[in-house]
Design a protein around this ligand. Structure first.
Ligand SMILES: C[S@@+](CC[C@H](N)C(=O)[O-])C[C@H]1O[C@@H](n2cnc3c(N)ncnc32)[C@H](O)[C@@H]1O
Length: 257
């Protein structure tokens, strides 16, 4: 028996096929996870979430098990789908965008999710009534890329965050020259690229300056929010910054050393 167990363990670590089969062999398997969309997300996206960033937010959502997610910036709905598939039907997902195209895509592609609501409104016009006065557990900001609008959105959203809420801000990273592909170089040369981004030095390009200024402004004026940057100098990463209100974890009454 021990011999067999050791053999199967070795097979499990060495064989992808065997790992795929394993869930059918165990009796207390958890409900399946649908991550099928991630297999077709592009890793070298400009704008929407990169594949590995979507994977990180998918994992974060699974871990937090939020009841309310608010997204600013729907575009074609890929980040919204990522949240919906990670969160499950008991979580309400609200997504804001200002274009009719986004509204139409939301209706046609996500209309079958009963827990999803598209809100055609600017991020800077957020009202708690839009989200039925719910407390926000996870907020994703990937919309105007404008410092003033982001600061306004932060002030509007802040009173409606749950105690342990996380705010994830997209495009706070830098692109390192050695990882640029042709489409990144082409983007940098466009009017949009020039209006959103700027070189820091010869090697590092900030694709969205205002998102970086936004998190720096929060660090200066809201140091009560901790920041974690999901950035990389080893690959081309658009970058995410996670914010969470700083707080001591409650412990039992024994005095801490
Ligand atoms: C980078 S795209 C969002 C990508 C999407 N989150 C994804 O990963 O699939 C930015 C979106 O924000 C929207 N947007 C621009 N200004 C906005 C504003 N003031 N309020 C809300 N959405 C806005 C744009 O219409 C666009 O669809």
């Amino acid at each position: 028996m021990t011999f067999l167990r050791d053999y199967f363990r070795e097979l499990y670590f060495r064989s992808k096929l065997f790992r795929h089969l394993t869930p059918w062999l165990i009796d207390d398997r958890p409900p399946p996870i649908d991550y099928s969309h991630l297999l077709s997300f592009r890793e070298e996206q400009i704008g929407p979430l990169q594949r590995d960033e979507a994977l990180a937010l998918f994992g974060l959502t699974r871990v937090l098990h939020p009841q309310t997610i608010v997204e600013f910036g729907f575009l074609n709905g890929h980040s919204a789908l990522n949240f919906l598939l990670a969160a499950g039907p008991d979580c309400r997902v609200f997504s804001y965008d200002i274009t009719e195209r986004a509204e139409e895509i939301a209706r046609r592609c996500l209309g079958h999710f009963k827990n999803f609501r598209f809100i055609k409104k600017s991020q800077a016009d957020f009202s708690p009534l839009d989200i039925e006065n719910r407390k926000i557990d996870l907020c994703f900001l990937d919309a105007s890329h404008d410092l003033i609008l982001n600061l306004k959105t932060f002030e509007l959203v802040r009173p409606h965050l749950s105690e342990m809420a996380i705010i994830a801000i997209h495009d706070t990273g830098v692109w390192h020259r050695e990882f640029l592909k042709n489409h990144h170089r082409a983007f940098i040369a466009t009017d949009l690229g020039k209006s959103l981004g700027r070189w820091i030095d010869k090697e590092q390009f900030q694709p969205v300056v205002d998102e970086r200024r936004f998190v720096n402004d929060l660090l200066r004026n809201h140091p009560d929010f901790s920041q974690v940057h999901l950035h990389s100098a080893n690959t081309l990463r658009n970058g995410l910054t996670l914010l969470q209100k700083e707080a001591f974890l409650p412990t039992d009454p024994t005095p801490e050393k």
